[in-house]
Ligand binder design. Sequence first.
Ligand SMILES: *[C@@H]1O[C@H](CO)[C@@H](O)[C@H](O)[C@H]1NC(C)=O
Ligand SMILES: *[C@@H]1O[C@H](CO)[C@@H](O)[C@H](O)[C@H]1NC(C)=O
Ligand SMILES: *[C@@H]1O[C@H](CO)[C@@H](O)[C@H](O)[C@H]1NC(C)=O
Ligand SMILES: *[C@@H]1O[C@H](CO)[C@@H](O)[C@H](O)[C@H]1NC(C)=O
Length: 326
Amino acid sequence: MCGGTARLLTALLVTAAMGYPSRRSATDLDATPRMTVTFDELSGVRRFSGRSLNYTTLLLEDERGMLYVGARGAVFALNASNVADGSHRTIHWEASPEKQLDCLQKGKNNKTECFNHVRFLQRLNTTHLYACGTYAFHPLCASIDADRFTLPSRFEEGKEKCPYDPSRGYTGLIVDGGLYTATRYEFRSLPDIRRNLHQRPLKTEESPLHWLNDAEFVASMLVQESKDSLVGDDDKIYYFFMERAGEETTSFFDKSQVARVARVARVCKSDLGGKKILQRKWTSFMKARLVCYIPYYEVLRSVCSLDSGGWASTVFYAAFTLSAQW
Ligand SMILES: *[C@@H]1O[C@H](CO)[C@@H](O)[C@H](O)[C@H]1NC(C)=O
Ligand SMILES: *[C@@H]1O[C@H](CO)[C@@H](O)[C@H](O)[C@H]1NC(C)=O
Ligand SMILES: *[C@@H]1O[C@H](CO)[C@@H](O)[C@H](O)[C@H]1NC(C)=O
Ligand SMILES: *[C@@H]1O[C@H](CO)[C@@H](O)[C@H](O)[C@H]1NC(C)=O
């Protein structure tokens, strides 16, 4: 399942380049669409719509035939082969009136922000899903029994795991029980990539020039390099985001604006943090610029990966749009 927004103009193969990228010409790359859908074919598309807004979080479980959807104040379980067959189940999960009032008093928007936007939805183990919501600027998380599909009676604090602001760029994965999330959590905090629910919780360093510079996260992906590996290579988690470019480039459109560029970063799953320096920080963090080979398509909107067997043949597909000035 490709996460991300629906406002995709074009899906393109991307090339990652360290430092100053050189654009490859279109003829170097095979940009033939893998699938083309005509407008007429779209009339047969099945639609699901509950009473909620903001269906932003999707979890597709192919092998179980389920599509779970996190929305504003609700989580839905849909039949993946036909989301409109009427068999859907719903968990209502609204922010409490007290927390909504609290949110209003903080001056937040009572039409969009002071609700529980479910932003995280992943499989925790064979029986349970794990979900986090913004809960009217007071994030909460819960383990949900996937068969019974009801809210538990106990919730967990979500402030280290889920952003407060529902419109903030955010991505998260559960890998071997560890929770890997990336966002700007609180209003004043700097964005970071974290690992929680793990014996060794880790973060990125608060050093904008070298690590993350005002990053807005788009997606994250696990690449299982350890699978079938003779040398026991470590699994990697890749992060895709937009961030402030630093001095390396100015905006093509408006020289007065600080340019933002697309990036990919990666960390190793077995990273334990440093011993003397980088304690409780990633020691395997690396990042590179991502450049769409069509000029001016610079805003990264969505990424998905296609793993056809071994990790070495994993292909990332990214969707870029023109920047807002166009
Ligand atoms: C989902 O839909 C398919 C096709 O309509 C059907 O065969 C299947 O039984 C449904 N699954 C569930 C869990 O309802
Ligand atoms: C939201 O706030 C506005 C302005 O304070 C107020 O007029 C409106 O009644 C509020 N709406 C709800 C649903 O609380
Ligand atoms: C899955 O996790 C939930 C919540 O932590 C726990 O209650 C449940 O026993 C776990 N299930 C299995 C099969 O480990
Ligand atoms: C939720 O949906 C409403 C209505 O479509 C939109 O105005 C708002 O920006 C959305 N909020 C988020 C956080 O996506």
